[in-house]
Design a protein. Structure first.
Length: 279
């Protein structure tokens, strides 16, 4: 059964049109308030009846990352042909994988510190693994997915290209450079989980507008590729790549005061404000 999971002030909550319900309370103590534990038992979440008065309206809740402590965070480079073309790179012959370190994970409204003249955005669909798996064929991969989130793969291009070859992971792992959310929506909530509209706006101007069906390697194919090499665990994240429209090479790069909004249909919106470095 479909469910929507949120992190409200560090506690796992289920979300309905009426508001959010603290998971520990609504499950009568059978589930803990830890979001990471909740995703490991995601198959139980859809069966919980959300009745009675909610704990509060979701629109006014203080939301953290739905999965704040993933064991592994994978990111995929050049997974849209349009992005390869705009940057002058060839499409990869197999998925191009790099890590985003866990310390970059942040909530849906976290600020982005503009500490460099070349801070970039990359709107992405983020996959949350729900059950451990190894050696999963693409056709069965979605069975191991708990749900989807919106993500931003913010990037410091100066750090990324400071070495040759480029260091993708370091330039994309500054604190706050991996906001996710605003909620985790279960995989069975989507009519077609392989075809969702993704948009990114900067100060209200659309910079990215694509469908996830344009990915060179689908979610299933990515899970097949990764799980052939190493095990995937509940709560692991896959940032699935970004379409065309990023600052590199189109410009301009992000500046303090800019507001980046990233939306995926059926999931929601991230809103991240760019700020000056904090002394």
């Amino acid at each position: 059964m479909p469910f929507t999971l949120a992190n409200v002030r560090g506690r796992a909550c289920l979300v309905s049109e009426d508001g959010y319900y603290d998971l520990e309370r609504i499950s009568n103590g059978s589930l803990t308030p830890d979001p990471m534990t909740a995703v490991s038992r995601h198959e139980e979440l859809g069966s919980i009846v959300l009745s009675g008065k909610p704990d509060g309206p979701i629109d006014h809740a203080v939301l953290g990352p739905p999965l704040p402590r993933p064991r592994q965070v994978f990111a995929i480079g050049f997974n849209y042909g349009s992005h390869s073309t705009e940057t002058g790179f060839d499409n990869p012959e197999q998925p191009l994988v790099f890590p985003k370190w866990v310390s970059c994970i942040a909530g849906p409204s976290g600020d982005i510190v503009v500490h460099s003249p070349e801070i970039d955005f990359e709107g992405e669909l983020v996959v949350a693994i729900g059950t451990s798996c190894k050696g999963v064929p693409a056709g069965h991969a979605l069975e191991h997915v708990a749900g989807f989130m919106v993500g931003q793969d913010f990037s410091d291009r100066v750090t990324q290209f400071a070495a040759k070859p480029a260091q993708f992971g370091l330039g994309k792992s500054y604190p706050g450079f991996g906001p996710i959310g605003p909620v985790l929506v279960s995989i069975d909530s989507f009519e077609d989980p392989n075809d969702l509209v993704l948009t990114t706006e900067v100060n209200g101007v659309t910079r990215q507008n694509a469908r996830t069906s344009a990915m060179l390697y689908s979610v299933g194919q990515l899970i097949e590729y990764l799980s052939a090499i190493l095990p995937l665990y509940p709560g692991d994240l896959i940032f699935t790549g970004t379409p065309e429209g990023v600052c590199f090479p189109n410009g301009p790069y992000l500046q303090p005061g800019d507001v980046v909004t990233t939306t995926i249909e059926g999931i929601g919106t991230l809103t991240n404000r760019c700020i000056e470095p904090i002394d």
